[in-house]
Design a protein around this ligand. Structure first.
Ligand code: PGA
Length: 250
């Protein structure tokens, strides 16, 4: 099944609005005619307005890195799906391992966020992935199954049409250690079969599963050549416009 790849940048806590503008000044001309893949950049909240202004009229979408599940309320420091839509975001990352590791994100909050986002027109990118100890203990499959089942809890295939998953083995994030294309494909197949169990085979065949974890211009081609890999979620290497453009154009 031919799935259009999604090449996503996750800037994490990097760049000011000025630096954001500077990034797009170099990045946009490099990918101007690129329509083979979808491209989305997810900067910090404070850069969203600048990013959206910079990409206006281009083939680049803008997303956020996190979201709350409520519409509005007394939740200091949080941002709702409706707010992201109101400024012009089209995508949002949910359950990144850094949120799970440092900010108390759980499988249950991932599920709440996913449900809320699927009530809107935003495209959710749900991150799953095992830590090194889990991989070494042979628990990768159990972890991925649990993260998927709980993320998908009480969500229908009809509601989930826009769902995108990112497989991000935590041991590969920011470490320079990339999963081999084979290791990534194996995990992607498992995630796809979990999606098939919940949402049906047809849905699973259409589901885009991105790979994330030390994707670089040097390894993008080998990874993206795997049928199972429907794009990339790129952290460190997406901060430099030339390097992210090289990955997009692998
Ligand atoms: P990395 O991060 O590319 O720097 O490994 C990927 C991610 O955390 O999304």
């Amino acid at each position: 099944m031919q799935r259009k790849k999604l090449m996503a940048a996750n800037w994490k806590m990097y760049k000011t609005p000025d630096e954001t503008r500077g990034f797009f000044t170099i990045f946009l001309p490099l990918v101007r005619d690129h329509d083979r893949d979808e491209i989305v950049v997810c900067p910090p909240y404070v850069d969203l307005a600048t990013a959206l202004e910079s990409v206006r009229g281009s083939n680049i979408a803008v997303g956020a890195q996190n979201v709350h599940w409520g519409k509005e309320g007394a939740f200091t420091g949080e941002i709702s799906p409706t707010m992201l839509l109101a400024v012009g975001c089209t995508h949002v990352i949910i359950g990144h391992s850094e949120r799970r590791q440092y900010f108390g994100e759980t499988d249950d909050t991932v599920n709440l966020k996913l449900k809320a986002v699927l009530e809107t027109s935003l495209t959710p990118i749900v991150c799953v992935g095992e830590v090194l100890e889990e991989r070494e203990a042979g628990l990768t499959e159990d972890v991925l199954r649990r993260q998927c089942t709980r993320a998908f809890y009480k969500i229908s295939a009809k509601k989930a049409t826009k769902l995108v998953i990112a497989y991000e083995p935590v041991w590969a994030i920011g470490t320079g250690k990339t999963a081999t294309p084979q290791i990534a494909s194996e995990a992607h197949r498992l995630i796809r079969s979990e999606a098939a169990k919940t949402f049906g085979q047809e849905f699973a065949d259409r589901l885009r599963i991105l790979y994330g974890g030390s994707v670089k211009p040097e390894n993008a081609k080998a990874l993206m050549s795997e049928d199972e890999l429907d794009g990339a979620l790129v952290g460190g290497a997406s901060l430099d416009p030339k390097s992210f453009a090289a990955i997009v154009k692998y």
